[in-house]
Design a protein around this ligand. Structure first.
Ligand SMILES: Cc1cc2nc3c(=O)[nH]c(=O)nc-3n(C[C@H](O)[C@H](O)[C@H](O)COP(=O)(O)OP(=O)(O)OC[C@H]3O[C@@H](n4cnc5c(N)ncnc54)[C@H](O)[C@@H]3O)c2cc1C
Length: 297
């Protein structure tokens, strides 16, 4: 038997975690927990945090101009929030590709991280946006870069008395370009076999800077690919560089065979996803740079 408890104040959640930590299983949208073969294994209390308003806010912190997204915000709320669209388009794109409308309306950003799956779609996007995870406990709080949160498939540095309270995204300067692409069994309602997130600042002459590339579902945790980033840093997108960056992604991938895919396919498809995304982005950027013809008077 497990006790179910729903709290609406963050302070009460933190008190509860402090008092009962290891016996508690937090429930947000339930879209990961409730499909497990033994959903509540080892837990005494199922603590529902989905109604805690302090965990659902999405707003800009005037102190440091970071966009702060509450961990219990759903994928649908994140995907269509005006501040997210304006400042973190890449995260909006990733959240729009999660599962189906039903899953996006229940599943939360905090749950996507809490589950610690290497296939979590929000994580490559958050890594490319230099996001920090905020972990809160009774009388304590710590922040860490999003990829430092994960220690392996299904495991993280979160202590039993801590909740993921928010994600903090610093403001990105200049004109930003980005894409998130995933390969799955079908277009909707499925987890990624492999995914690629890309973000950079684009300059008026077509050069890129601050390049970030992250891969999902091809290693024990989501990984950045510094080798691919360096290939593109300070350069314009061109076919030879796309090939080099794609090859770097395939080399960086350390996938496994599992029910969703084979390691061989995953290794090949991450390169193909980056190639596809960069070709499309390169075309878009060229069109933008082309001088507009004046209409004859
Ligand atoms: C049919 C289907 C399709 C899916 N498709 C995708 C997909 O395309 N992409 C994708 O990434 N995922 C997908 N998922 C997985 C799932 O929907 C997401 O991972 C979702 O974000 C989980 O959020 P949740 O709120 O439902 O988590 P829950 O199930 O409520 O929780 C998941 C885990 O995180 C912990 N947790 C939740 N919130 C917090 C918090 N604030 N602090 C600390 N720990 C917390 C819980 O204790 C639990 O261990 C799919 C799932 C299903 C069933």
């Amino acid at each position: 038997m497990i006790d179910y408890l729903r709290l609406s104040q963050l302070d009460d959640v933190l008190e509860m975690l402090w008092a009962e930590g290891p016996g508690i299983l937090m429930l947000a949208g339930g879209t990961d927990i409730l499909v497990r073969p033994q959903p509540f294994a080892g837990a005494r209390i199922l603590l529902d945090i989905s109604r805690v308003e302090q965990l659902r806010d999405i707003a800009v912190d005037p102190a440091d101009d970071c966009l702060v997204i509450g961990a219990a915000a759903t994928h649908e709320e994140v995907a269509w929030h005006p501040q997210v669209s304006r400042r973190a388009q890449l995260l909006a794109q990733a959240c729009r590709l999660v599962g189906s409308a039903q899953i996006r309306n229940l599943g939360t950003l905090g749950g996507n991280l809490g589950n610690a799956s290497p296939a979590a779609d929000s994580v490559p996007a958050l890594a490319c946006l230099d996001a920090e995870v905020v972990l809160s406990g009774r009388n304590k709080q710590r922040r860490l870069p999003v990829l430092e949160f994960f220690t392996g498939p299904g495991s993280s540095v979160r202590q039993p008395d801590e909740v993921i309270s928010s994600l903090r995204l610093p403001r990105q300067r200049g004109r930003q370009v980005s894409f998130f692409l995933k390969a799955g069994q079908r277009r909707g309602m499925c987890c990624s076999k492999a995914s690629v997130a890309f973000r950079a600042r684009s300059h008026s002459d077509g050069r890129l800077s601050g390049v970030r590339v992250a891969l999902g579902a091809v290693a024990p945790t989501v990984v950045r690919v510094p080798e691919a980033e360096q290939v593109l840093e300070g350069r314009r997108i061109e076919p030879r560089l796309i090939d080099e960056a794609a090859a770097a992604c395939s080399r960086a991938a350390r996938p496994i065979d599992d029910i969703r895919s084979t390691a061989e396919y995953r290794k090949a498809v991450v390169g193909a996803l980056l190639t596809d995304g960069l070709f499309r982005l390169g075309d878009k950027m060229k069109q933008r740079r082309r001088p507009r013809r004046r209409r004859p008077r």
